[in-house]
Design a protein. Sequence first.
Length: 210
Amino acid sequence: MDGLRPRPAAAVFDALGAEYERAFAGSAGRLASLRRLLDALAPHSRVLDVGSGTGRPTASTLTGAGHDVLGVDVSPVMVELATRQVPDASFVCADIRELDLEEGKFDAVCAYFSLLQMGRDDQLRLLRKLRRLLVPGGVLAVATVPLDVEDVPVVFMGQEMRVSSFDPDGFLATVTAAGFSVLWEHSELFTPAHGAAVPEPELFLHCCPD
């Protein structure tokens, strides 16, 4: 990794665009999480999708079931793709950490792998913010790659970036420290549909505010 010059998340995902969807949309763990979330939501629920990407499969699945979705992503390219592909949802190009949203507004929040580009302290702060955005009894559906790494340079689908995460116990502890109780936990290996991709661990949690 000598000489690696990681790029900001917005630049990485601008470059990947629809290629990211092709590589990751088939994650069985994400689809299982979405099915479980749909079972838990009342009709016409309000859902925040953090790191909404191209809008598929998360926003498209939720709007297809009649829910009101707001997607937030730092990548202008991703937001443009999502707006075109999922016209029934609303999308905003912004950093969720800086976006002013009404507290207690959302019945559910999805954050699938969108914490990885943040440092560990920022992940905890964001999880606490997401807790405040949920209605009492709301659901957080969150996923990460459960590895014990902090600010590590990597090459992701040909793009240089830095990532931080926790091992499974560390991520559970972080979610708990942010004020959540874990309702459901699911782990599996997933191989992205991209070039020389190798199987990677995925950890999915459904949580409710304490």
